[in-house]
Write a protein of this length. Sequence first.
Length: 259
Amino acid sequence: MKTKLLLGVALLSVGLSVAPPTIVEVEAQTTHVSDPALRNSYPYNLSHYLEVNVGSGQTKKGSAILIAPNTLLTAAHVVADDGTGRVTSQTWSGNAVWGDASPYYELLEIKRTNTFNPFIPMPGYGGIWDASRDVALVKITTPSRKTQTANTANARLGIYRNTYDLVGRQFLMVSNSINLYGRWEYEYGTITEVRYDGLLQTNITGVKGQSGSPVVVDGRIIGVVSNIDSNSKIVITPLTMEMKTQLFDKNGIKNIDIY
């Protein structure tokens, strides 16, 4: 299904921006997750829509995937301040949704307390221009029934020490965005090159709200959608050994394969 939207070429999350974007018309060649078999199989069944309240009545929206019990993986700019890369004192809550419409729709909550912050961007993340670290974890505080029973055993992260090994590889991307026609959508693409900044270039276009979408190669989540280039092609932030030691290990994420 084609989804045609006006899209800024800066970021794919929905919410705050630091400058007026350049507007271009793009089409996302996505397919709705409509088959019950897909809806209940990995990685589709772990995909979530994420909305974070960042204060002053404003929200940021993106996609995410459950990678461990009550733990979502997404892009850091979906949860952190654009300028500093930090989670502000006004960011106290959020919601996530599994599915798209009843009966395939369940809401879960994310709440911050004085002693617990569920929004965890990659340490050292400096804001929207720090795309190489644009990864975050979000801890679910009030899970839905589906989230509680979700089998995350198949959710494995893949870290490639040499990201050039990913060039030419086909990937699967699963998104949950209000800007996609069917909301819960998937798409196949190809990694075409490793960019000068270490990000992975692809051959497919994106729309707002796809930031944080998992990128799956051979069953392993090798990165998340974080940006688009000047031609509206999706750019991937790959998972790295630095993320393993600074983010995943410290938060109990052990389901990682290293290549």
